[in-house]
Design a binder for this molecule. Sequence first.
Ligand code: NAD
Ligand code: MG
Length: 396
Amino acid sequence: MHKPQLLTILGATGSIGVSTLDVVARHPDRYRVLALTAHGQLDRLVEQCIVHRPRYAVLAEPARLPELASRLAAAGCGEIETLAGIEALEYVACLPEVDAVMAAIVGAAGMRPTLAAARAGKRILLANKETLVMAGQLFMDAARDGGATLLPIDSEHNAIYQCLPQPFSDAAEQGVRRILLTASGGPFRRFSQAELATVTPAQAVKHPNWSMGRKISVDSASLMNKGLEVIEARWLFDLAPERIKVVVHPQSVIHSMVEYVDGSVLAQLGNPDMRTPIAYGLAWPERIEAGVAPLDLFDIAQLNFEAPDLDRFPCLALAFEALQLGGAAPAVLNAANEVAVDAFLAGELDFVGIARVNAATLRGLARDFDAASLESLTAADAAARQMARSLLRLAV
Ligand code: NAD
Ligand code: MG
């Protein structure tokens, strides 16, 4: 019998947060929720508190804290401590009694609490890829120095983790030639340049295979998500960019592969359901039931592969360019992209404009900041947001 692991779920009300709580609820003997955090979706947070009875409920911003406290009290959950703000997010990510932290806040906003969990030596289930994109070296150093255990939740990185030799330390020494990062190609895989110029936010958030939050859905449609994942893989597995190859695989059944020097290629397959990598991260090195339907290969029948088209999807090439530029360039790209995606979702920028804003911001600022400190990365992030916003105004 296990002693239940105590969990903090950062971004509990999002797509990954909800899937995490689904897996957790299947194993009440193994997991207990200590803290849930959210930004905005108060109704959902209150519902989650009623079901999971955490000790802490945390909001990213203080404005609605009194409302949260009174609604919890009215629901018979008055004993739950309510907190707000970035320090509170960091606090619940570092509590001494916390065994594992699910890092599932979307965007750069997730960086500080995830970094705090790394410094505190937690087991981190890492969904928030933007932390690694912004602060890869800093974050990996903090995890190593803090003694944290990193378990990738992004489905591709989770697949790669499962296919790598364990313990994994060095690609060349352990016979890894390269990793093959699969991409569905998104909803616009077959769209012409002219068609891409007219796509709407509603079309972009409708991913063919995965159900996800709005930001990552748009990133998947532009292939920026795959670019962010290339950067994520570079840091997680300490791989030179030329050892990372992107393969478009429209069925999203193979979640990624590892190619070895002897010609072997190991793949991890499964239905496109994030509860598989989440359950893997929760239970590692054991395996638990995740509520995911078994893979029916006869039903799938075919697995296809093609090369990504960098002309129609330039955001993927921008990620390799950012890695080449080094320093804070990936943080600049990430911040520009967050601004551009928000503008696209608000109807202020067309879809192909996302790549234009990202490219101009990256090339304009990449060399101005280093990646040696959080201060420098935060300054790069702020400058990139400002530049991207001014580019938006120019485009109107
Ligand atoms: P989502 O938009 O559904 O949820 C985001 C969560 O973060 C919500 O709980 C929201 O309240 C919280 N949040 C938003 N802004 C915040 C802020 N400023 N401060 C604090 N909290 C804030 O997003 P998602 O799809 O669950 O994705 C979460 C992360 O996981 C992203 O980094 C994404 O790239 C990554 N990821 C998601 C999937 C997926 O299938 N959804 C797959 C792989 C990786
Ligand atoms: Mg992914």
